[in-house]
Ligand binder design. Structure first.
Ligand SMILES: C[S@@+](CC[C@H](N)C(=O)[O-])C[C@H]1O[C@@H](n2cnc3c(N)ncnc32)[C@H](O)[C@@H]1O
Length: 329
């Protein structure tokens, strides 16, 4: 990432992060650095509406950073654990050489740091939550991951020029904002022509089992935690279990979406649908050697209905989540 791509989130004037005192020459807005991690604090508020959830969401994740690094103490364990997920492995293998990547809403930065283990790419992880970013930066420094950087940013007020990135990842983030479609519009601008966007959202139907469990926990207390697959399993430690429990069941705000809706956002912002999990056409499984960046059919309304109905019955180990990749035309 060249420094000339960084702009002031208030006026889009140039911003030089190499300076000791970060300030916009155009509008005079000053920004500080975190005294603990040295990270640039470039968060800028985008809404004065009392209904906007940004401050509440920030507060929530400051207290329970997600997903947390418990049991991941080195770059080697990060790689092993990340590659257990088919999607993360394929992404890492298939991202084009030399790519510039932004993870908007990187949380504690596992994916950014994992992708940064491959040297020929530049990764930027950005999030609202300073405590998450501190964990991300501490891991990056400890493992000397050179081509990743973290900064605090509100995705509605990005600090990058339009078209700065080959790939923008926004996984599990937009549904925690007051305006997911507006958030998508904001990050879509940062993708360069022929570049890609990857978005993960909660699904309207496959999230229903989580909603039911949330009600059970509220009524009967936390002794029913075993109803959640991750909370009863032994694959993650107690701290990660707590982060998952809070994220899934105590989150102050989430919205739910459909396959057709996200494909609609893609079209409106000039993207074509390429691939996703689940695929929006029935009986087309996502394969272990899938080419993520190859064009696949986007399906009809009926296809979406059949896939979505199937998802409801397929279980919700990932919390009722779907992912899509699009290419900017
Ligand atoms: C569920 S976590 C997902 C973290 C990470 N993407 C992952 O998949 O593990 C949601 C993250 O979105 C961040 N977030 C929510 N609204 C945001 C905004 N307006 N700008 C930047 N980050 C935001 C939160 O701070 C939180 O870290």
């Amino acid at each position: 990432m060249t420094e000339s791509n960084i702009v002031c989130p208030q006026c889009s004037g140039p911003l030089d992060l190499r300076r000791e005192r970060i300030a916009c020459d155009a509008c005079g807005q000053a920004f500080s650095r975190d005294s603990e991690s040295g990270l640039p604090l470039l968060f800028f508020d985008h809404s004065r509406s009392p209904e906007d959830v940004t401050a509440r969401i920030k507060d929530f994740y400051e207290k329970t950073p997600f997903p947390d690094y418990e049991l991941i103490d080195s770059a080697a364990t990060l790689r092993i654990k990340s590659e257990r997920g088919l999607f993360a492995r394929l992404l890492d293998e298939q991202i084009p050489h030399g790519a510039r990547i932004l993870e908007a809403g990187c949380g504690t930065g596992q994916l950014s740091n994992f992708l940064g283990l491959t040297l020929d790419r530049q990764v930027t992880g950005a999030d609202l939550c300073l405590n998450s970013l501190r964990m991300a930066e501490a891991f990056r420094r400890k493992n000397d991951i050179q081509n990743v950087r973290f900064l605090q940013m509100n995705l509605f007020k990005p600090v990058f020029k339009p078209g700065s990135f080959d790939l923008v990842i926004c996984n599990g983030v937009l549904h925690h904002t007051s305006d997911p479609c507006g958030g998508f519009r904001s990050i879509a601008r940062l993708v360069k022509p022929s570049g890609h966007v990857l978005v993960g959202l909660y699904h309207a139907y496959s999230r229903i089992p989580t909603d039911v469990r949330r009600i059970i926990f509220r009524v009967f207390g936390n002794r029913f935690k075993f109803l959640d697959y991750r909370l009863r399993g032994k694959s993650i430690g107690d701290r990660k279990k707590n982060a998952w429990f809070m994220d899934q069941y105590k989150n102050p705000h989430e919205s739910k979406h459909t396959l057709g809706e996200l494909i609609g956002w893609f079209k409106r912002e000039g993207f074509e649908y390429l691939n996703g999990i689940p695929k929006p056409v029935p009986f087309q499984p996502f394969l272990p050697h899938e080419n993520l960046f190859e064009k696949n059919p986007e399906g009809s309304f009926l296809d979406h209905f059949l896939v979505e109905a199937g998802q409801f019955f397929a279980g919700d180990r990932e919390g009722g989540f779907f992912l899509m990749i699009g290419r900017k035309k």
